[in-house]
Design a protein around this ligand. Structure first.
Ligand SMILES: Cc1cc2nc3c(=O)[nH]c(=O)nc-3n(C[C@H](O)[C@H](O)[C@H](O)COP(=O)(O)OP(=O)(O)OC[C@H]3O[C@@H](n4cnc5c(N)ncnc54)[C@H](O)[C@@H]3O)c2cc1C
Ligand SMILES: *[C@@H]1O[C@H](CO)[C@@H](O)[C@H](O)[C@H]1NC(C)=O
Ligand SMILES: *[C@@H]1O[C@H](CO)[C@@H](O)[C@H](O)[C@H]1NC(C)=O
Length: 604
């Protein structure tokens, strides 16, 4: 033990020294302040005013001069990095290939309904919480969050229904009530979950310290002595949970938020973090998920930056091996834009496989990293427009997760090999949510309307033959297949919500090929690089960082840290930290402390 401490002292000392060095070098000022938080202005619902922010088309004359950084992609990861840099006074241009900003967090309107693509709910938005502090800073306090009911999720396993309740105490207590005799397993799980959540900043640290230092810590075995979180990240969920309980249904509850990887191949840390994320409750943006981009863009603009859409980046420009800019494809012309820093929110696969020349992709370093990762699984979404307001129909904010059986390992294995007809009839896993019931402004914005989104995972193979074809030009076979599955899913949903019978006015479905087209998601992946166990081996965690093998090129978004809106935002902060050479989390922690003190004073 003493030897360990002796070895660790120089390590901590060097961190402290580095910190002071950077502080002296880059100034003591914090990017984050209480003062930027303005009282929220009224919700903007006028389409024209919204489009002015979210849909500013790209043209050469709009490119701001003297750019400090370019960002490829306007997902929440790209916008978060750009907004953080803007807070440091940097002039950033964000280039988005789609016709609107937001990436997975964009919304679309059809037949008087609004649907969101990839945000159903986020956690840890309670007042004074770190994620709340971060989102408030990046939107100057303009983004408002609506809390879902305390019973935020229900899980159906076979014929049984289990419910999750928000609250530090309510969360474990309600599970214990539903699983009598399993109190010890639940307590142990919650203890591990808390441990993971408390120590997860160490994983971020592994991505921020110089890579050789990370390697030294790993190879010397010091890393695993520093915290159990590294072991829990590397362990399969099944191994850890199997030691706590043999109750299959309880095991399922510990990993009920599906993302395409079975428990025996997923990281315990990720599943524990997901459950922890929602433990204090679930939130949804007031005004819908496009509000995120709508309020981050003005922060970027205030520093002289811009977010331009219909700007597909064809490639990253290199000079002597250094990233110097990007080329945007405009009709049959390439427009080159230069900046000392290039940031990619397009994901690790797109960046290395499509935006950089093959010489870079084929270096041993990149090759070995990419071969430890795989494309994430795609998803199948059904967007349903319902006649009638949510409260009239008795629709609730609770989300529903449905599994046909409790053994998720064999379920996921079978799922991949099912014939098309079997997939439609058996629907092994499905998620149901009512965005209109989660946002009180929905009924003001779309009176007399409600919406429902249904989701299941979908291997790319199901639809890959239509890859590369444009929407609505993929032919009858594609349309037929997609609507067949959509109808089975809607039928299943009506079983749970019989009041919807006869009320459905509109229905559209999206496949992995849609995701590939609209979001450039490689192989239609839903959450970026697959979150299987190999992605969370410490060596890979240390290598999947914002810095790339190309000087001047950085990654942001969900492939830097983890998937999800919170994951992508942390990717953005890690990216801005790397670009500015400043650990932004230190400023955020200090701000959080000050805010907590204020909240306490206000309450007493
Ligand atoms: C159906 C679904 C449901 C989800 N539900 C939730 C949820 O409930 N809670 C949660 O926390 N998370 C959820 N997520 C995940 C979450 O939305 C994502 O993890 C997060 O938004 C990813 O952000 P990002 O910035 O990393 O990537 P993206 O949002 O994918 O953004 C990447 C952007 O880059 C652009 N781009 C790519 N290539 C180029 C190029 N060459 N030139 C220009 N632009 C380019 C794309 O068009 C895209 O806009 C969901 C995702 C999906 C798909
Ligand atoms: C997880 O992904 C890696 C990288 O592709 C792969 O080698 C590994 O086999 C995957 N695990 C499983 C069981 O699919
Ligand atoms: C996970 O479980 C399934 C079904 O039991 C099995 O076929 C598969 O090989 C297992 N995968 C791993 C990585 O252990």
């Amino acid at each position: 033990m003493y030897v360990l401490w002796i070895l660790l002292i120089p390590f901590f000392l060097s961190i402290v020294l580095l910190y002071f060095y950077f502080r002296l070098y880059y100034g003591w000022g914090s990017l984050f302040t209480e003062e930027c938080i303005q009282p929220p202005r009224p919700l903007v619902t006028d389409k024209k005013s919204r489009d002015k922010v979210l849909k500013q088309g790209f043209s050469q004359d709009k490119i701001p001069p003297n750019l400090d950084a370019l960002v490829i992609g306007s997902g929440v990861g790209g916008l978060a990095a750009a907004a953080a840099l803007a807070k440091a006074g940097k002039r950033v241009l964000v280039l988005e290939q789609h016709d609107q900003a937001g990436g997975s967090c964009h919304t679309f309107q059809e037949h008087g309904y609004e649907f969101d693509v990839g945000l159903h709910y986020v956690g840890q938005m309670h007042e004074g919480g770190m994620f709340r502090v971060i989102m408030d800073q990046l939107t100057d306090g303009q983004l408002q969050w609506n809390r879902l009911g305390d019973q935020y999720d229900s899980v159906i396993i076979g014929h049984k229904v289990y419910r999750l309740y928000a609250g530090k105490q309510e969360f474990p207590d309600s599970l214990k009530n539903q699983f009598p005799g399993e109190e010890e397993a639940i307590d142990k799980f919650v203890t591990l979950m808390k441990k993971v959540a408390r120590h997860v900043p160490l994983l971020a640290m592994l991505k921020m310290i110089p890579h050789y230092l990370a390697l030294f810590l790993l190879k010397s075995g010091l890393l695993h002595r520093l915290s159990p979180v590294f072991r829990l990240a590397e362990s399969s969920h099944q191994d850890v949970v199997g030691r706590l309980t043999s109750n299959k249904e309880l095991q399922t509850m510990f990993s009920y938020l599906f993302y395409g990887v079975p428990p025996n191949d997923s990281s315990f840390m990720i599943n524990a973090l997901l459950l922890h994320h929602y433990k204090r409750g679930a939130w949804y943006p007031r005004g819908g998920s496009s509000e995120i981009a709508f309020h981050m863009i003005p922060v970027i603009e205030r520093a002289g930056g811009m977010v331009l859409v219909r700007a597909p980046v064809k490639r990253i420009l290199l000079n002597n091996g250094r990233a110097t800019g990007v080329a945007v494809q405009k009709k049959d012309k390439e427009i080159c834009i230069y900046a000392p820093v290039v940031i990619s929110d397009a994901g690790i696969f797109n960046t290395y496989e499509h935006l950089l020349p093959p010489e870079v992709r084929n270096t041993p370093e990149v090759d070995s990293l990419l071969s430890s990762l795989q494309y994430g699984m795609g998803c199948f979404l059904v967007f349903v427009g319902i006649c009638g307001a949510s409260d009239e129909l008795g629709l609730k904010s609770t989300n529903l997760w449905i599994y046909s059986e409790s053994d998720l390992n064999s379920l996921m294995e079978k799922f991949q090999s099912l014939e098309w007809e079997e997939v439609c009839e058996q629907l092994p896993l499905m998620f149901i949510t009512f965005p209109s019931a989660k946002d009180p402004t929905y009924s003001q914005r779309h009176p007399g309307h409600s919406c429902m989104t249904l989701l299941t995972m979908a291997p790319y193979d199901w639809f890959h033959q239509w890859s590369g074809q444009k929407p609505r030009q993929r032919g009858d076979e594609y349309q037929g297949m997609k609507m067949q599955l959509a109808e089975h899913m809607v039928e299943r949903a009506i079983k749970e919500f019989p009041q919807l019978q006869g009320k459905i006015e509109y229905m559209e479905a999206a496949t992995p090929v849609s995701n590939e087209y609209y979001l450039r998601a490689p192989k239609g992946s839903m959450y970026g690089a697959e979150q299987n166990c190999s992605r969370y081996q410490c060596e890979i965690i240390g290598r999947m960082r914002s810095q790339t093998v190309v000087p001047g090129l950085y990654l942001t978004g969900q492939d830097v840290f983890s998937s999800g809106v919170a994951g992508a935002v942390h990717g953005g902060l890690l990216c801005a930290s790397a670009v500015l050479n400043k650990i932004l989390y230190i400023d955020l922690l200090m701000l959080k402390k000050r805010l907590k003190r204020r909240i306490r004073q206000r309450r007493s």
